[in-house]
Design a binder for this molecule. Structure first.
Ligand SMILES: Nc1ncnc2c1ncn2[C@@H]1O[C@H](COP(=O)(O)OP(=O)(O)OP(=O)(O)O)[C@@H](O)[C@H]1O
Ligand SMILES: [Mg+2]
Length: 336
């Protein structure tokens, strides 16, 4: 019987520092999510070893005693934080499920990811970066300045730093929001054109070839035409947001969303599993917002929903993710 180690960061392990925003531990998992993943791994006939966070991993790394690690650790600090666990696993030659340090780094940093999308001809909202309020005016003079725009932290996930104020309609609101991102999240602000329309997220599992699952549509307040609305930290914790699967869209739109999601997955060399966030405007133009090579496996998130929609179980979905990772290691080119 193979043993699967599980690396993860628990919300309760996060020690809040002075000046931390209230959503500082938003990316970390609740113990209920960890237990759901543990049960799913065991249901596939594997023995489980709960490892925990990077500190626990480093204490035990010489004698881990596992065949493969299922990594859902978000890591600590900076744009390379998701790469911390994978880089040590790679150093110690321990096989692991999911994308490697390189892919996690270039996707967590949304600006680097967008540069890759652009170079691959993948459509993504127009953007500029603001590192300091001092150069905002110069930036505004040299870039498109069509409002509304959305202001996000350059390298956060789980909707951190996003509230209804993030959609800005004029320069005054833009300045306020850029200042908040720089001061609170200690990182550059990513300013994008705001795409009004519908939103989708697409889960993908596997490598050669990856399997693209049915498109999931975001509904807010009972509407799929989202207008000014978007997915925020506050929505995540309310019942205003719902995921619909399958999405009620035309076959053509479903096909092009899936195609663009797959291109994105391949462009950043995602492996084993991932989730792509996409918006479609009124004219039917697709925009890739981001790719998450470490998507949430929580019961409220899309993997559970898709499993039900395609008539399988969450446990089987997790089993499939482990299988494709094991297959990758058995096929001789485990690192890409
Ligand atoms: N350019 C945009 N136009 C319209 N809405 C946007 C845009 N960028 C982001 N959003 C909204 O903000 C949400 C969060 O943005 P994004 O996916 O980039 O951040 P995230 O925090 O990494 O997300 P996740 O919660 O998936 O980890 C999106 O799901 C979407 O609703
Ligand atoms: Mg997202």
């Amino acid at each position: 019987m193979k043993t699967v180690g599980l690396t993860y960061d628990l919300k309760t392990d996060y020690v809040f520092k002075d000046g931390d925003p209230q959503d500082a531990n938003a990316e970390f998992d609740s113990s209920s999510t960890v237990e759901v993943v543990v049960n799913a791994i065991e249901a596939n006939g594997y023995k489980i070893k709960r490892i925990g966070n990077i500190k626990k991993l480093l204490e035990e790394i010489d004698n881990l005693g596992v065949d493969i690690v299922f990594n859902i650790s978000e890591g600590y600090e900076g744009r390379n934080r998701e790469s911390q666990v994978p880089i040590f696993l790679e150093l110690y030659n321990i096989p692991f499920v999911g994308s490697d340090a390189l892919t996690l780094g270039i996707t967590l940093d949304k600006i680097i990811a967008k540069k890759i999308f652009i170079s691959e001809g993948i459509n993504t909202p127009k953007f500029f970066e603001v590192r300091s309020l001092n150069n905002l005016n110069t930036i505004l003079n040299t870039n498109h300045r069509t409002f509304p725009m959305i202001v996000k932290p350059r390298f956060e996930g789980s909707s951190k730093g996003l509230s209804s104020n993030s959609r800005v309609k004029n320069e005054k609101e833009l300045k306020r929001q850029v200042e908040l991102i720089i001061n609170t999240y200690k990182q550059p602000a990513l300013v994008e054109e705001f795409i009004t329309g519908q939103e989708f997220t697409v889960a993908i599992v596997g490598n050669d070839p990856p399997e693209v699952f049915p498109v999931v549509q975001v509904e807010i307040d009972g509407r799929v035409e989202l207008g000014e609305e978007f997915y925020t930290f506050a929505h995540l914790h309310s019942d205003r947001l719902k995921y619909l699967c399958p999405a009620s869209i035309s076959k053509e739109l479903e096909a092009s969303i899936k195609e663009q999601a797959l291109r994105t997955y391949k462009a950043v060399e995602c492996r084993d599993f991932g989730r792509v966030d996409i918006r479609v405007d009124k004219e039917g133009q697709l925009y890739i917002l981001e790719i998450n090579p470490l998507p949430s496996l929580s019961t409220e998130d899309v993997f559970m929903l898709i499993s039900k929609a395609i008539g399988t179980t969450y446990e089987k979905m997790v089993g499939r993710i482990i299988e494709v990772a094991l297959k990758r290691y058995n096929e001789g080119c485990p690192h890409v």
